[in-house]
Design a binder for this molecule. Sequence first.
Ligand code: ATP
Ligand code: MG
Length: 282
Amino acid sequence: MMRTLPIDNNQNIQVEARSMGAEQQVEVGIAPAGKAATGQPVVIMRDLKKWYADFAVLDGIDLEVRKGERIVVCGPSGSGKSTLIRCINGLEEYQAGKLIVNGTEIGTDGSGVDIVRKETGMVFQGFHLFPHLTAMENCMLAPMRVLKKNKAQAREQAQAFLERVGMAAKANHYPSQLSGGQQQRVAIARALCMNPQIMLLDEPTSALDPEMVKEVLDVVLGLAESGITLLCVTHEMGFARQAADRVIFMDRGQIVEQASPDEFFKAPKSERAKQFLSQILH
Ligand SMILES: Nc1ncnc2c1ncn2[C@@H]1O[C@H](COP(=O)(O)OP(=O)(O)OP(=O)(O)O)[C@@H](O)[C@H]1O
Ligand SMILES: [Mg+2]
């Protein structure tokens, strides 16, 4: 089903209307990727601005992400990367511009957020699992509370996604009984249990000991191959090269550069990107 939403005074963009409801099918298998070029725009930002007092944390962001596209967001600390992706599921408000996610406009007053939150999964640097719930219970909670799935459905789905991230054997462990990498894999499974259209990951590996980075990146790579729309803030440039369709480089609240990983790493255009890459690539 398609509908047309006004983007600005003289432009209309067709966006895919969201599919809602608890009857959504669970897709656990890996679907072919590479739909990026033809997908409909699922995230549309037009001149998005956010200030803290007179400090512009997002300073006029124009961004369009197509269904199935895999985006890596990078840039110096404080450049606005987390704020940008947190806006996409309404964890941050903005003050000016336009934001449409999966066909729903998120207003500057936070309208639309309840719908968008059901359709986006978020994975944080610090895992954020509920400590008093097992891995399985962490994965079952939101589908039961928000999507009104019954316990058996929620358990079956949680089991499937825990298997997908290689955590089925530890389904009954509490977060404190899991390593950082294992907790993060559970957090990814938990996000997937909401059957999100869009996955947002904010430095999913940066709180991990080096030996656990790969196990989590492998799971994110699997996600990237599944055809889901993915935006990942990361400085893991190997991951960006392997998984991203597009790298977005931010500095001081602006998107300074965006290009394919190949182009971005081989021939960054701006001085700021060159300087940034010289600091993170050795
Ligand atoms: N509540 C707040 N009040 C004032 N300034 C804030 C607040 N939250 C964030 N900022 C500022 O907004 C800017 C962008 O923050 P953000 O967390 O989006 O950066 P980032 O690119 O994700 O950085 P990092 O790589 O360190 O995670 C930073 O300069 C930060 O200090
Ligand atoms: Mg950040």
